[in-house]
Design a binder for this molecule. Structure first.
Ligand code: DGY
Length: 436
């Protein structure tokens, strides 16, 4: 059974691999290279085609800007099945943007550091993989240096994001109160996503107005981070984004240690790491909710909701064992009923939860992969195994969808897979879960 699933997953990844040396997340809906998708995809590729895994990361890093920034989408082609495309984002406004690739002017969670470490873990030929890592790692380090220099205006070790698409959890209910503080114009544009996917599973038109308006403000200031920090109505310290950075910092420390001769970088990374972990634990843990939460820097207030991002610090070793236990209790209490698959993307006990809509409730395989590994690291083996078997059950039942209904009984039909079909990271991370 598992072998069969792995073969199907490989077919999905191979079909989505492009001549330009990268993998699209899903045909039609997402026709370019996405930053964090690329990282998760490389982990799956490493299990059966190490050259493709290396190419995936090499292509992403090739699109890095001169200031170390790595964009969220690299537009490798003129494909017009996606909106907003390169002509809307206009990355060329930034003086240091890539001259070779057009891209967005926003980023996504910094997973590339820990992805290199995962590739090293998986590779059979460690010498060859370490050579590859040696060629790539300084670019990832420069990316982290970019964050610490430009995205932490209060020097707290916590990076801001200025757009919900930078979080990866695109239309989470966590952002709803920020939209309430804004009044963007009504944009006229042609949605492309809803030609590929049922509109009921995607963000609303009004939500898109907010998304576009934030980009327009950034563009007006040529994507200058200092101006964005001053002016953007959306300025958030996100626990998932910062946990990915912290996990990747540690990976860079470990990998530089293996490579040798990189004492200066290691010393700087350790300094960043201490500041970030302390800042994270002091500022983002909500005692009353028993979970980490987002912080709205623009409006100076915590955003007090529990989402799957609230548990992602487990993956990065951020909480102590006592706090980790509280997190697991909160997860099981709110997300873990017998009628549900783990782990919904948003608190099922909250009125904003919607089990069908993009990041407002459905289960995502990448989040489950992070949680599985984090829970295992802290010794919560039973819950970890449940997250893994739920992930496998969802994919076995409906295929390699982008996201899945967390309800075991959806009422109407038995279908639980939503969004893009033959979705690359669902396939890639399933391979890793099954081979783990
Ligand atoms: C989308 O278009 O919804 C993308 O996920 C943005 O990254």
């Amino acid at each position: 059974m598992n072998e069969n699933l792995i073969d199907r997953a490989i077919d999905v990844l191979d079909a989505n691999f492009q001549e330009g040396g990268f993998t699209i997340p899903s045909k039609g809906l997402y026709p370019f290279q996405w930053k964090w998708d690329s990282g998760f995809i490389a982990i799956g590729l490493a299990h059966y085609n190490i050259e493709h895994a290396k190419t995936e990361i090499k292509t992403l890093l090739d699109a890095q800007w001169q200031n170390g920034f790595i964009p969220h989408i690299v537009f490798h082609s003129e494909n017009d099945s996606y909106f907003p495309g390169a002509d809307f984002h206009r990355s060329e406004l930034h003086p240091y943007s890539s001259k070779k690739y057009r891209s967005t002017g926003m980023t996504q969670p910094p997973v590339t550091g820990f992805v290199l470490q995962e590739m090293y873990r998986i590779a059979e030929d460690k010498v060859d993989m370490l050579n590859f890592i040696e060629d790539s790692i300084d670019k990832v380090y420069q990316n982290h240096a970019y964050f610490y220099a430009n995205r932490d205006p209060q020097n707290e070790g916590l990076m801001f994001i200025y757009h919900n698409w930078e979080s990866g959890t695109d239309n989470s209910p966590v952002w709803d109160d920020i939209w309430e503080t804004m009044n963007p114009p009504e944009y006229e544009f042609e949605r492309k996503d809803t030609t590929h996917v049922d509109a009921a599973q995607r963000p609303s038109k009004r939500e898109y107005d907010h998304y576009l308006y934030l980009i327009d403000i950034a563009k007006e200031h040529h994507y200058d981070d200092a101006r964005i920090a001053e002016l953007s109505p959306f300025l958030v310290q996100d626990p998932l984004f910062n946990a990915m950075l912290i996990k990747s910092n540690q990976a860079l420390i470990d990998l530089y240690g293996l490579i040798g001769g990189k004492e200066i970088e290691i010393t700087i990374l350790k300094k960043w790491q201490k500041k970030s972990i302390d800042g994270f634990n002091n500022k983002l843990f909500d005692e009353e909710l028993g979970a980490y939460v987002h912080y709205d820097l623009r409006n100076n207030r915590p955003i007090r909701f529990v989402s799957s991002s609230s548990f992602s610090p487990l993956f990065a070793g951020i909480p102590n064992q006592k706090r980790a236990k509280i997190l697991v209790e909160t997860m099981l209490d709110k997300f873990g009923g017998d009628d549900k698959y783990l782990c919904a993307s948003f608190d099922p006990t909250n009125e904003r939860y919607d089990p069908r809509k993009y990041w407002r409730g459905p289960v995502w395989i990448n989040m489950n992969w992070l949680l599985y590994n984090g829970l295992k690291d802290y010794g919560f083996t039973e819950v970890a195994e449940r997250v893994k078997s739920d992930s496998v059950a969802l994919i076995e039942r409906d295929g390699f969808f982008e996201y899945f209904d967390c309800r075991k009984d959806t009422g109407e039909t038995n279908r639980v897979g939503y969004g893009g079909g033959d979705f690359s990271w669902s396939a890639a991370l399933l391979i890793d879960l099954l081979k783990n």
